[in-house]
Design a protein around this ligand. Structure first.
Ligand code: PA5
Length: 462
């Protein structure tokens, strides 16, 4: 199991102003945490609670259908192209970056063992999209269009371009190059899929985008490129069991949620930095940033009071960002709680040869890159604590499917518990609607004429 080390968030290490008295806080919050965990597990099967993500590890049916489809299309495609944005893309990117061999798309067919390359289009930059379409042979590409709502402008505009090109190239048979992941019943993509006869997978009810990585949204692309989805699911299930423990001393998601909540509300640590010491985990920080930001950044609490809360997530990468951000973290405002992720065992051991006698670098020879990256993780953690900057460390035994299942699921539960501590609705995102509506108006969507008129006037005046 992965482990959490929180001692550098304690006042004993980082001082009274910046640290918490964790044992007494854990004791003080024990009953509340217990109530939250019991309540989440009680509510998770109820419709409208948006907690179905807690059941995704047990969805044998989806697992079976995903594996069946992946086996059926195996050998038919050279590329997988995923179209989606936000929660429909970030989990897929994070997990494939973590679990596929590095530089996957540059490997030969033999090195990829005949499995396809995978590309995610999660933006609408005309240059990058054109660039990608220029290099992809669409006839040999399986397009997985993912949108829960079925009408997200970014995803559907991408799909319209790709569908048009596919159809021009392949005629009616183009439909076999498309697989749609969307709502079971509603949305434009569902209608198109039924009309055109696409293979479809479902984004289950009551699973929001940012909590959907372990539904078909993530599992399908993972299975298509040969990731062991059974191992991911085993990791989720084992973590779920561990996180059902209502004793805060035994529950790392509850501990980390409480530490983040108290650091924000009592110690003014309004910024939450995620800093894995592993390039393969770089995009886990992107996924986490969305999970944390969209879930916890809210203006009202559950009673309707104005609160405007939510710690701001920041992405960093060790050791790279030691050479860009650590100066600020050590000496700038003491307003951050840093989460380090340290990998215990890398897949490879890379020896540093003993080839130079220069005093400044001689010590590196005969060591391994593994020793170096973990020495940097440890030394940064200690140095940051010396500066009185609170931090926690997650120890990941290995970057593999089982541990990634554990890690991401742990963060999801941590976020849900933090939302309860803040007493806000973790699962809505009203704050993203305004800009979406303005875009609809600017792009001439029916029903948005009045808004378009108002926007034209405002844009002329600013
Ligand atoms: O987490 C969320 O709910 C959002 O980030 C959505 O995933 C994102 O807006 C894309 O929505 P959809 O899947 O409906 O296209």
């Amino acid at each position: 199991m992965l482990k959490l080390n929180y001692k550098n968030a304690d006042a004993m290490v980082v001082g009274e102003d910046n640290g918490l008295h964790l044992q007494s806080e854990f004791a003080a919050y024990q009953e509340k945490i217990k109530d939250i965990i019991v309540d989440l597990n009680k509510r998770k099967d109820k419709p409208g609670q948006w907690l179905q993500w807690m059941n995704l590890g047990y969805n044998e049916e989806t697992l079976w259908y995903v594996k069946e489809y992946a086996a059926m299309v195996k050998d038919r495609f050279e590329n997988i192209l995923v179209l989606g944005i936000g929660g429909s893309a970030l989990g897929g990117i994070a997990v494939t970056e973590a679990l596929l061999k590095p530089y996957w798309n540059l490997l030969s067919d033999e090195q990829r063992e005949g499995l396809p390359k995978i590309f995610f289009l999660d933006n609408i930059d005309p240059d990058t999209m054109t660039g990608l379409l220029d290099i992809l042979d669409l006839s040999k590409t399986l397009v997985n269009v993912i949108t829960k709502s079925g009408s997200t402008a970014e995803t559907m505009s991408q799909f319209m371009i790709v569908k048009d090109r596919l159809e021009k190239e392949l005629g009616d048979n183009y439909r076999y190059n498309v697989v749609a992941t969307t709502d079971k019943r509603t949305g434009v993509l569902r209608q198109i899929a039924e009309q055109e006869g696409y293979k479809t997978f479902v984004v289950p009810d009551d699973v929001g985008g940012r909590f959907s990585v372990f539904s078909a949204v993530g599992l399908l692309p993972f299975a298509l490129v040969g990731i062991d989805i059974d191992a991911i699911v085993n990791g989720i299930k084992d973590m779920d069991l561990a996180l059902k423990n209502t004793d805060i001393n035994e529950n790392i998601a509850a501990q980390n949620a409480l530490i983040h909540y108290l650091m924000d509300t009592k110690k003014g640590k309004k910024l939450s930095v995620m800093m894995p010491y592993s390039s393969r985990l770089k995009y886990v920080s992107d996924w986490y940033a969305q999970l944390w930001a969209e879930s916890l950044g809210k203006n009202k609490d559950k009673s309707g009071n104005d609160v405007h809360i939510g710690p701001t997530p920041i992405k960093a990468l060790g050791a790279t960002d030691q050479h860009s951000q650590i100066q600020l973290y050590n000496e700038g405002p003491n307003d951050k709680l840093i989460t380090f992720i340290r990998v215990e065992e890398f897949d490879n051991t890379l020896d540093i040869p003993n080839i130079f006698e220069y005093t400044g670098i001689r010590y590196l020879g005969g060591k391994t890159m593994n020793q170096l990256i973990n020495a940097e993780a440890d030394s940064t953690r200690v140095a940051i604590s010396d500066y009185g900057r609170p931090n926690v460390s997650i120890y990941l035994p290995k970057v593999d499917a089982y541990n990634i299942g554990q890690l991401l699921y742990m963060f999801e539960v941590q976020t849900a518990i933090a939302g309860e501590l803040y007493n806000i609705n973790t699962f809505d995102q009203p704050g993203v609607e305004q800009a979406k509506n303005y875009t609809y108006a600017l792009m001439g969507r029916d029903g948005y004429e009045e808004s378009a008129h108002m926007l034209q006037e405002r844009m002329a005046s600013v």
